[in-house]
Every structure is written in structure tokens, then in C-alpha cells.
Ligand binder design. Structure first.
Ligand SMILES: Nc1ncnc2c1ncn2[C@@H]1O[C@H](COP(=O)(O)OP(=O)(O)OP(=O)(O)O)[C@@H](O)[C@H]1O
Ligand SMILES: [Mg+2]
Length: 339
């Protein structure tokens, strides 16, 4: 049977929806679709614009043949606070009683204004006197309320809200995999998510993505955005295209991201003991930029691959019609897989 929920990823430039079917260990794609985000999307504070966003979601869900009225959504990392903290080994009951007080020291927002979630990632050996590792995620209530309002206006109900990093971890990693760094590059931001044993270990959000690349081409060559977008997608950062003219403009913009990737790799090396980073997984719409994987490999000397949330899905039906497109739907797929 198809899952009772669908994943809804409301990006700055595209809205994506995914519904999956899970039976035992087998997974298949039931429905998938995307639509351009109208106006300022969720950034808008104007009611008619939010209404228009809700209408776009409603039409997209209908056109994508999703059979569910309930969705899960993700909020961008920049709007949440994710912290890995260490605490003395508490029982679940003790932790639940102490968490607000403990979180107060790590979350730079009043606890009463946030929705706080936590997950125990590891516990020490009994009697060792070691610490337990707990992942804290705090999202401002007013941010969650806005998602709730838009989803409600679209005629759906909201089953859960999580951060993009949690969706990405579910979509692109397994508990037994070695640690990896996910680089999710959208239009307006890039999220770095360090994953260990299938869990989020560290996150970082960079306020730059595909839109900054398009903007750089527009400014340099005095082009309209549509044309600049076409150049970007056709030539990317390949140096042998157009005598490297586009590449030369885009590479400096990407340096902001590669610098942060290098810092995250350093962090992984110093905080993950003897577990080695297996590689960098790029995903999101901007991961398709021609030459990006090679560029990141060259800058970091770490193996880079394009993330595919459908890699272990049954190769039948819809999936066969969308070769290589999974990366764009990574977050929506992770949301759809939430059980
Ligand atoms: N083939 C391609 N080459 C280069 N860039 C691409 C390609 N396809 C899509 N993009 C870029 O990907 C971006 C859209 O990706 P995505 O849908 O993941 O972003 P978003 O989720 O809407 O944005 P954000 O996550 O920042 O809110 C756009 O900037 C678009 O130009
Ligand atoms: Mg996105």
C-alpha cells in the first residue's frame, strides 16, 4: 500500500512532492512532481502571495496524482538550530524532564518560542562514567506556524515538520554506512550535513546557491535571467566550454561553498575518531551544474558523487521515466520516507 503521507519540499525556486510505497524492505516511487515556486514563496509575508503558493501546491499535488491528504514538510537549516550535545547518562524519563533546561544553554532563542525535538544518538557503556550524545533541533514556532498555514490553505493536513538535514539523512544514508558529508545545493542556500551512522552529526547552512551563480552570469554579460540560466545549465564550470568564459565567472562564487566544505571535512576528521569520511554526496537542483563534482573533488581531494535517494528503489514504473532525476527530489523523498 502507498504511504499515507507525501513529502512536500517548498524550495525557493521549486516545490517538489513525492509519495512512496514501502512494503517490507522494498521501496517504490508512487508519485512525483515539481512546479516553479510563485513569487517569494514561503519568504513572503503577504497573504495573497501565500494563498497563491498554496494554490500552486494544490495543483501540483493533483497533477502528480498523489493519493493522500497528509504531508510532511521540512524547514531550511538556517531557520532552525541543530546542536549535538553531551550529557551525563540519563534515563529517557530523566532526559525528558531535563531537556528544556539543558537546551536553554545551547539554543540562542527563548525556549518558550521554539519547538524542541531531540534524539539520543549514543549512550556510554553502563558504569563507564561516559557521556550520552543527544541531538537537539529547535525551530521557531512562528516559522512552523507559517508552514502550517500554507499547508492548510492548500487543503492538506500537516503530519510532521522536520529540518532538511533530517530528510536528507533519511534519503541518502543508511545506519551501517560510513560517515559522509551531504552537500545539498538549492537556489538560495546550500546545506552541509555531516552524517554518522545514518544520523545528523553536524549541519551548516550557507546563504548561496544556484541563484547566485545565475546572478553572476547576468551581471557579467548583461543577460536576462532566463538566458543566464541556460548558459549556466549548458556550460557550468567546464573550462573547455565557451573558452572558459562562464566557468571563470562561476568558480569564484562556488569558492564560498568549497571553503565551507573543507571546514566541514576538517571538523569530521577531528570529531569522528577513527571513522573516516567516505565521501561527499552532492544533491539538490544545483548539483547538476556541469563540472561541479569534479571541481569539488579537485578542491577537497575527497571522492564526490551525485546523491540518488532512489538508488535502492524498485526499478519499475515512474522511476524508469526519470533517469538521474532523484537528486533534485532528495529532500521530498526523505520526507516521504518518514514513518
Ligand atoms: N542542470 C542544471 N545545472 C545547473 N543548475 C541547475 C540545473 N538544474 C537546476 N539547477 C539549479 O538548481 C536550482 C534549483 O534547485 P532546487 O529546486 O533544489 O532549489 P530550491 O529547493 O528551490 O531552493 P532552496 O533549497 O535554496 O530553497 C536553481 O538555481 C537552478 O538554476
Ligand atoms: Mg531546496
Amino acid at each position: 500500500m502507498a504511504a499515507q503521507i507525501f513529502g512536500l519540499d517548498i524550495g525557493r525556486s521549486f516545490i517538489k512532492v513525492v509519495q512512496v510505497k514501502i512494503s517490507g524492505s522494498s521501496r517504490s516511487l508512487v508519485a512525483v512532481g515539481s512546479a516553479a515556486t510563485p513569487g517569494a514563496g514561503l519568504r513572503s509575508e503577504v497573504k495573497p502571495e501565500l494563498k497563491q503558493l498554496a494554490e500552486t501546491i494544490k495543483t501540483l499535488v493533483k497533477n502528480s496524482k498523489i493519493h493522500s491528504n497528509k504531508c510532511t514538510v521540512s524547514i531550511v537549516e538556517a531557520q532552525a538550530v541543530t546542536r549535538l550535545i553531551e550529557l551525563p547518562n540519563l534515563t529517557d524519563k530523566e532526559l525528558s524532564a531535563a531537556i528544556n533546561f539543558e537546551a536553554d544553554q545551547y539554543i540562542p532563542l527563548p525556549i518558550k518560542d521554539v519547538n524542541l525535538q531531540y534524539k539520543v544518538l549514543s549512550r556510554p557503556q553502563p558504569g563507564s562514567g561516559g557521556k550520552m550524545a543527544v541531538l537537539l533541533v529547535a525551530a521557531p514556532k512562528r516559522v512552523i506556524e507559517k508552514y502550517l498555514e500554507v499547508v492548510k490553505m492548500s487543503g492538506f493536513s500537516l503530519s510532521a515538520v522536520e529540518t532538511e538535514s533530517s530528510s536528507l539523512a533519511r534519503a541518502l544514508s543508511n545506519k551501517n554506512d560510513p560517515p559522509s558529508l551531504i552537500v545539498s545545493m538549492g537556489a538560495s542556500s546550500t546545506e552541509l550535513v555531516l552524517i554518522k551512522e545514518g544520523n545528523v552529526f553536524f549541519t551548516r547552512s550557507i546563504a548561496s546557491g544556484g541563484a547566485a551563480l545565475t546572478k553572476a552570469i547576468m551581471t557579467e554579460f548583461n543577460l536576462a535571467s532566463k538566458q543566464a540560466e541556460e548558459y549556466k545549465m549548458a556550460y557550468g564550470i567546464l573550462e573547455d566550454k565557451l573558452s572558459g568564459k562562464i566557468s571563470r565567472i562561476l568558480r569564484p562564487v562556488l569558492e564560498v561553498v568549497t571553503t565551507e566544505i573543507l571546514k566541514a571535512i576538517d571538523y569530521a576528521r577531528s570529531h569522528m575518531g577513527d571513522q573516516r569520511l567516505s565521501g561527499v554526496v552532492i544533491c539538490g537542483g544545483s548539483a547538476y551544474l556541469p563540472g561541479l563534482a569534479e571541481f569539488v573533488t579537485e578542491k577537497t581531494s575527497v571522492e564526490v558523487s551525485l546523491g540518488d535517494p532512489w538508488a535502492n528503489f524498485a526499478k519499475e514504473g515512474l522511476i524508469l521515466k526519470m533517469p538521474g532525476q532523484g537528486s533534485f527530489y532528495s529532500i521530498a523523498t526523505g520526507l516521504a520516507l518518514r514513518t
